[in-house]
Design a protein around this ligand. Sequence first.
Ligand code: C2E
Ligand code: MG
Ligand code: MG
Length: 578
Amino acid sequence: MNSNRAKDERENSKVLYHHFLDIMYESHEIYFFDSSTLKFVEVNAVACRNLGYSLDELLTLTPADVMVKLTDEELHRLIQPLIAGKQGVVSLETSHLRKDSTIYPVEVRLHRIEKDHQTLVLAIVNDIIERKQAEKMIHYLAYQDHITGLPNRMLFNDRLSVSLSNAKRNQSLVTVLFLDLDRFKHFNDPLGHDKGDAILRQVANKLKQCLRENDTISRFGGDEFAIILSHVSRVEDVGKVAGRILDKVSESIAFEEFEFHLTASLGISLFPHDGMTREELLKNAHSAMYRAKERGGNGYQFYASEMNARMYERLKLENGLHKALDRNEFILYYQPQYDSKTLQVTGVEALVRWNHPELGLVPPAEFIPLSEEIGHVVPLGIWVLYNACKQNKIWQEAGYPPMSISVNLSTKQFKQSNLVQLVADVLRDTELDPRYLKLELTETDMMENTDEILLTLNQLKAMGIQIMIDDFGKGYSSLSYLKKFPVDILKIDQSFIREIETNSSEREIVVTILHLAKILDMKVIAEGIEIKEQFQFLRKHKCDEMQGYFFSKPLPLSEIEQILKQNKQVGASKGIVG
Ligand code: C2E
Ligand code: MG
Ligand code: MG
């Protein structure tokens, strides 16, 4: 019973084996070749068809003739382990070369066969185009989002890891943005998911347009996208990119007969500030995105709240700054300068303020650097110069004793190539005599391109203008440039004045500057005098002029005019007559 059953099973498996060979012979390229001459001995119809040769043609060739980059010698070497009985099968991946010279990738498995005392090699060939395509598809499915074609979450994670290790090495910034469309459900549910998918594709295209090729944009699923910015080096620029993305997303989307207005919420986290690992950065960008949603959507939030405040303030200032000149929002304040002996006003310094519609009076320290950065300081500087000169002329015409007006020049302004011409134009237009204009420069302005600077200063000087070095002592004071440049006045920085009563070395510095100026035939003005002791010390050491809250703060036009009217009474009111 048992042995019968075993015999049946053997018979069955023999039938199955032959059946299997038949199928193989029908469906695969199969050929036999001689192990010593390598000549084809038998080739099936599939192989003839695939290779584009007739059987007769093939019987004159060897397999090496139809394989790319394989010689007979190499084929000999390849089958050696089979012939020696060391290996049952040898397989290789190569390409088959058709008669018409086109190729197709194949996998060939070689077996040793004994037939009529002849050693043959059997080759079973698998076309691997399909396998390669399948592999590609598997890769695509694993790493790409099938709706938008963007990298999916897995590829995003890989790329973020790479960006982070690069950034650790280069000590650079990596920015992760997490974007979620606002109220996408409202569009997606009634339209159906196919149309929802088409909208997501349009959003993906918009994102691509806002970003650089090196940035990674990925769809995380649903209406969530995540972005890695790897080229941005400043927090301010991250805000700009975020703003650009939101603007782009909110442009209307035309779809069939509809037009949509989508908006998005963006959360931002920065390496290294907001996290060192991939998980932390994503988690924090995600929670920042929720905060943006809570604030009503269509906005972005940094994970760290002080970044939000900083960006918000800056953007508000930056936006306003572009329009402030046209809207006439700048005003000049004037701070009087006094002769230390006579206590008469010898001049005023023009100090600009920005009368911001929401923030009130913004001091120059907050907007001049920003203004320099966005390239706005040149027109602002011209405005200041023109209005200061004009005002001085108006005072003279109104009968006030002539005095000088000091105008601060920013570094960028000083480096403008047409500065000399510009100053000449302003003086001509306002009809102010050049000897009543003082230009305040800083030491750092003078340190670069000294030849050019020397030329500019000489030209200004030749016009009759006075040159003053502001904040003297704070920068890289160098005797050599002081000697070389046509400087009329040194303005001692207020930090030295502040320390006069408490710090003996600051006192010595002030006395030295006063000496030095005398040797170089320059005048000295001290700024930031707040108390009587400072005034007395400076007067004792023969500082020529003084300026500071002790006398007066910078004042708006109407108030400075009060001071100019009662010019001579200042000494009496401070108890320092004479
Ligand atoms: P600065 O030219 O050194 O101006 C002196 C600053 O010290 C002024 O500040 C003034 O208000 C302040 N100050 C005067 N007396 C005292 C005092 O007794 N105690 C103290 N603690 N401070 C005193 P402000 O007006 O805020 O100007 C700051 C800086 O902004 C100026 O420094 C100047 O560098 C710049 N700036 C002002 N106006 C202009 C302008 O029209 N163009 C350019 N490029 N820069 C300007
Ligand atoms: Mg100044
Ligand atoms: Mg100063």
